[in-house]
Design a protein around this ligand. Structure first.
Ligand code: GSH
Length: 348
């Protein structure tokens, strides 16, 4: 399988264009260091980020085993990080080729990926992002990183396994919530604080506004979301996803009030999007990245059969809230948007 050897040679030679030319347009890459990557652009950003964090990479050993259009490669890499630390990495990559003999799928199995995310040694200078699948605040941060093209080390926590209450994680995020980041010696929790920090650190494109008016409008949309839509949605999501029959029947006054608030807030957003392309003006901002995961949560809740008694009236989104649906499509068309994150959101 010449293409497997050639693709790996291109990688260690840092020839990203040559590497990408051997991948299919819709290539899917699964690697424990990042959420699943789909498409060459996503792979380019990831690979460029990885290469930037290593000053040296070479194969100490590799062996390719092929079968039909598939292959597995066992390898040992010698690495030196940009800040001079030496290491080795053992793993197995599994490749699937399409009919055009392009690499269409790569799955990496790396030594010790199952080690607790929080327990793994921090890499100086590498941004670590702790998140959990299905968490809207975590998704905000991942969206912001994607829009800015900032490479990071993904630390996916399993809330069902209580990984967010492990002592090592509480050192990063003392309330035991996701998202949180570790950037060198600096740890930060609270999604909006993380977004503001990352925007200051990686200013392009500016997502918290440049003029006083822009900054004010963005902060207003975010504050309105945090104070009205998001708490109502939390109430609804708990009712729908908990399966509590009382809450589901809409008999609980708080849930009924939350559904009314949801309708009111969605109507406000729809009206505002009739005047501008994005929530706080003509340009994408942190306001959009804050609200978008919540809209997806509303859609996901509304499509659950268990939500029928609540009459959430959110879907089909394009029919009920056409401006909101068009805005969502604009966000989904952004370079770096990962259509597979988090996998179960797609059910909507
Ligand atoms: N205000 C926080 C909310 C964070 C939050 O509530 N995260 C949830 C997931 S959506 C969490 O970590 N839950 C775990 C728990 O509370 O045990 C933020 O914006 O970051």
């Amino acid at each position: 399988m010449k293409i497997i050897h050639a693709s790996q040679d291109a990688l260690v030679a840092r020839d990203v264009d040559a590497y990408l030319a051997m991948l299919s347009d819709d290539v899917v890459v699964s690697d424990p260091s990042t959420p699943r990557l789909v498409g060459r652009d996503a792979v380019r950003r990831h690979v460029e980020g990885l290469l930037a964090s290593f000053s040296e990479i070479e194969f100490l050993d590799r062996k390719v085993f092929s079968l039909g259009l598939g292959a597995a490669m066992r390898f040992t890499l010698r690495t030196r990080t940009a800040d001079g630390r030496d290491g080795t990495l053992d793993g197995v990559d599994v490749f699937e080729l399409n009919e055009q003999r392009k690499i269409a799928k790569i799955t990496s199995y790396l030594d010790a990926p199952g080690a607790s995310a929080a327990a793994s040694a921090p890499q100086a200078g590498a941004l670590e992002v702790y998140w959990a699948s299905g968490s809207p605040p975590a998704w905000r941060v991942l969206l912001l990183l994607a829009v800015k093209g900032v490479p990071y080390t993904s630390k996916l926590l399993q809330l069902s396994r209580e990984e967010h209450t492990a002592p090592a994680y509480l050192e990063v995020s003392p309330r035991g919530k996701v998202p949180a980041i570790r950037d060198g010696a600096f740890c930060l929790h609270e999604s909006l604080a993380i977004m503001a920090y990352l925007d200051r650190k990686h200013p392009s494109p500016p997502l918290f506004g440049e003029s006083a008016e822009e900054a004010g409008a963005i902060a207003r949309v975010i504050a309105e979301h945090e104070n009205y839509l998001y708490p109502a949605l939390g109430q609804i999501a708990r009712a729908v996803f908990s399966g509590d029959p009382t809450a589901l029947a809409g008999e609980e006054p708080a849930v009924r009030a939350a559904v009314a608030t949801l309708h009111e807030e969605l109507a406000r957003i729809e009206a505002s999007l009739a005047l501008r392309d994005y929530l706080a003006g003509p340009r994408l901002s942190a306001a959009d990245l804050t609200v978008y995961p919540s809209i997806q949560l509303a859609v996901r809740a509304a499509t659950r059969p268990a939500a029928a008694p609540l009459d959430l009236a959110v879907t089909p989104l394009a029919a009920r809230y056409p401006k909101l649906a068009a805005w969502g499509a604009r966000i989904e068309a952004l370079p770096g948007y990962d259509a597979t994150y988090p996998p179960h959101w797609r059910a909507a």
